[in-house]
Design a binder for this molecule. Structure first.
Ligand SMILES: NC(=O)c1ccc[n+]([C@@H]2O[C@H](COP(=O)([O-])OP(=O)(O)OC[C@H]3O[C@@H](n4cnc5c(N)ncnc54)[C@H](OP(=O)(O)O)[C@@H]3O)[C@@H](O)[C@H]2O)c1
Length: 333
């Protein structure tokens, strides 16, 4: 049976938010499988801020070329296989791309991981709390080396990564303060997730509220945003505090991101460390096992924002930069 693949290909490098036409929807027949290949149907796409980085320029991965299927994480199920390592029904996560079908082979380019079917657990957890975001929060918090009683501040705290990082801070006995962009998000992270305080950075008095929420200063900054928010948190850091630089989302859509002044790093003898989750691939299973246990015992709660349809992906990507998502943002195909 011949199948049609619908794909979103990069047509132009966005300026600011994505504009219509930056990603073009293209239909083409799925090619016949060769020996050593398997065909997987993509069920869910992971919508991540780094996609905007991949559209713009070379960074830790090469920029997506114009005309190429846009790189993206996803969850897929094998529908046909001529590959000894995959059989029909196998479920995988990895870089599926923004498309309905992906051909997988033995190359490492898709970073594929097989994932199990867990009763009563949705497949989408493998993109969020047990996927890249949970793993990022896990290893970022490992770098932070939290101690009981310390104060942790998390920015983009109601997002996929921040919401898990903050809960890991609570597991370690920290006082956890989240920064997020709506009162609803602030209510979710305090009432449901157990953060000690939440600051809506869109309120004019948010800086005073941050001071009040961290009366003993800040020992750990789990930084997802950068710019003015990072600057304000840095100004509250305690001696020998740790700054874990996970991301700078406030700059991804800007030509000239807001710079942060680092004078306080010397005065407060801070340790700043950036990290990339891809460097931790050898330890994913270890971390996912721990995250799974925490989730099973109710210590980690997660939420998803699900958008339906491949053609909605450009709007969904923009939601990350306008705060339209709470928890993990996923497009269901
Ligand atoms: N280092 C790594 O390996 C790695 C891996 C995964 C993710 N990350 C980084 O982690 C961060 C979070 O990613 P995620 O996938 O979990 O996304 P997310 O937090 O689920 O979504 C992004 C959120 O960022 C907030 N935001 C957007 N623009 C902002 C701005 N200008 N100022 C303040 N907040 C803003 C929005 O929430 P509000 O409503 O609160 O504004 C939005 O919902 C990103 O910086 C990402 O690049 C890094």
């Amino acid at each position: 049976m011949s199948l049609t693949n619908r794909q979103l290909r990069l047509q132009s490098r966005p300026k600011g938010l994505l504009a219509p036409g930056d990603l073009e929807l293209v239909e083409s027949p799925v090619p016949e499988l060769k020996d050593g290949q398997a065909l997987a149907q993509v069920k869910y796409l992971s919508i991540d801020p780094t996609m905007r980085v991949w559209m713009a320029a070379d960074s830790y991965l090469p920029a997506v070329a114009i005309g190429e299927v846009m790189r993206a994480g996803g969850f897929a199920e094998v529908v046909e296989s001529h590959h000894p390592g995959y059989k029909k029904g196998d479920r995988v996560t990895g870089l599926t791309g923004l498309q309905e079908y992906v051909i997988i082979d033995s190359s490492a380019k898709h970073f594929l991981q097989k994932v199990p079917k867990i009763p009563f657990v949705s497949d989408t957890v493998f993109l969020g709390v047990l996927g890249m975001n949970g793993l990022t929060a896990f290893f970022g918090m490992e770098i932070a080396a939290p101690k009981k009683g310390e104060t942790l501040v998390v920015s983009a705290a109601a997002g996929a990564t921040g919401s898990i990082a903050g809960q890991i801070g609570k597991i370690h006995g920290c006082r956890v303060v989240g920064i997020a962009g709506t009162d609803e998000k602030c209510a979710w992270i305090t009432k449901d997730l157990g953060f000690d305080a939440a600051i809506n950075y869109k309120h004019p008095d948010w800086k005073e509220k941050l001071v009040a929420a961290a009366p003993n200063g800040v020992d750990i900054d789990f930084e997802n945003v950068g710019g003015e928010i990072m600057q304000e948190v840095l100004s509250r850091m305690n001696l020998h505090g740790r700054v874990v630089v996970c991301g700078f989302i406030s700059g991804y859509t800007k030509e000239a991101p807001n710079m942060v002044s680092l004078g306080t790093v010397i005065v407060k003898r801070l340790r700043i460390q950036g990290f990339l989750i891809l460097d931790y691939a050898a330890r994913f299973m270890e971390a996912a096992t721990q995250l799974g246990q925490w989730k099973m015992f109710g210590k980690l709660k997660d939420r998803e924002t699900i958008v339906e349809g491949l053609e909605k992906v450009p709007d969904a990507i923009n939601m990350l930069f306008t705060g339209g998502n709470t928890g993990k943002l996923i497009v269901k195909l």
